[in-house]
Design a protein around this ligand. Structure first.
Ligand code: NAD
Length: 291
């Protein structure tokens, strides 16, 4: 199937990154959001990030201009009707995503492939409520999208081979690498990464190490570019807790029990970098461990 026009629903941190890489790869992009401010901020972010790539010599000025010209923003969801591929990247709430698909489907071509960038919601369940479960799958980018090489492609139980192959071809055209995952809680990356982060929080909770010793152990001892607690702050502690809950509920194994200390930080509103406090305090010039 020939994919030329990509519809993106949700212009937040993931949606704007997806629009950026798609436009740079030559796709026409239709970007929608319920919020006019989000659309405006997305275009500003994409422009700023492309300018930075031009400054570093990674993107030619003409390619930046062409990419920006390929992005159209709209607050009207039905404008995405002519898309060949839709990537939903709206807020991580199942009712929100379901309502988007219900409103969008009557406007789509029968051939349009429908996908979700969800980090944790069942692809099979989302697909079952659409008119095209065989043309539905997970298209899971990593954050920040322009920088991260991997895209997880997740098959629902009904996803057909042609749909999967078409999405693989899009990932290849982006110059990124696809990992194929079956539809089980948290897919591959978060299934492995989140229990490691949760274990790091247990290690802190039990007093085995301090924030600094845990992070430097994994950086220097396992060659990780960031320590697990630093990484948790970057992802957002609320997101980490939500994914642990999906693993715990979905796999019903006590090994996925979220650490009580992680819950406590989230209850305090210490969510990491986005609230300036998590395992580190970011309010000063240098991050200071909070334990
Ligand atoms: P975000 O909060 O930055 O952006 C979500 C956007 O969706 C907002 O601009 C909001 O206005 C918009 N939105 C909400 N309801 C909408 C609707 N009905 N129609 C159109 N737009 C609507 O969130 P994000 O971090 O970009 O996450 C988006 C999706 O990507 C989620 O499913 C999330 O799980 C997934 N994801 C996030 C990350 C990450 O690290 N943040 C990584 C991979 C995947």
């Amino acid at each position: 199937m020939d994919i030329q026009t990509i519809g993106i629903v949700g212009a937040g941190q993931m949606g704007n990154g997806i629009a950026h890489v798609m436009a740079l790869a030559g796709y026409d992009v239709l970007l929608t959001d319920v919020s006019a401010e989000a659309l405006k901020a997305a275009v500003e972010t994409i422009t700023g990030n492309l300018d930075r790539q031009v400054g570093r010599g990674k993107v030619a000025e003409a390619d930046r201009d062409a990419a920006l010209a390929r992005i159209t923003t709209t607050q009207t969801l039905s404008d995405l009707g002519q898309s060949d591929l839709v990537i939903e990247a709206a807020t991580e709430r199942e009712t929100v995503k379901q309502a988007i698909f219900e409103d969008l489907i009557p406007h789509l071509k029968p051939t349009t492939i429908l996908t979700s960038n969800t980090s944790s919601i069942s692809i099979t369940r989302l697909a079952s409520r659409t008119d095209r479960p065989e043309k539905f799958m997970g298209f899971h980018f990593m954050n920040p999208v322009p920088v991260m090489q991997l895209v997880e492609l997740i098959r629902g139980i009904a996803t057909d081979k042609e749909t999967f192959a078409a999405c693989q071809a899009v990932v290849a055209k982006l110059g990124k690498t696809a990992a194929s995952a079956e539809d089980f809680p948290a897919f591959i990356v978060n299934r492995i990464l989140m229990p490691m982060i949760n274990e790091a929080v247990y290690t802190l909770y039990e007093g085995v190490g301090s924030v600094e010793s845990i992070d430097s152990s994994l950086k220097l001892g396992a060659n990780h570019p960031m320590g697990p607690l630093e990484l948790a702050d970057f992802i957002g502690l609320d997101t980490c807790l939500a994914i642990m809950n999906v693993l715990h509920d979905g796999l019903a194994d006590t090994k996925y029990r979220p650490c009580p200390l992680l819950t406590k930080y989230v209850e305090a509103g210490w969510l990491g970098r986005k609230t300036q406090r998590g395992f580190y305090d970011y309010r000063g010039d240098v991050p200071v461990p909070t334990r």
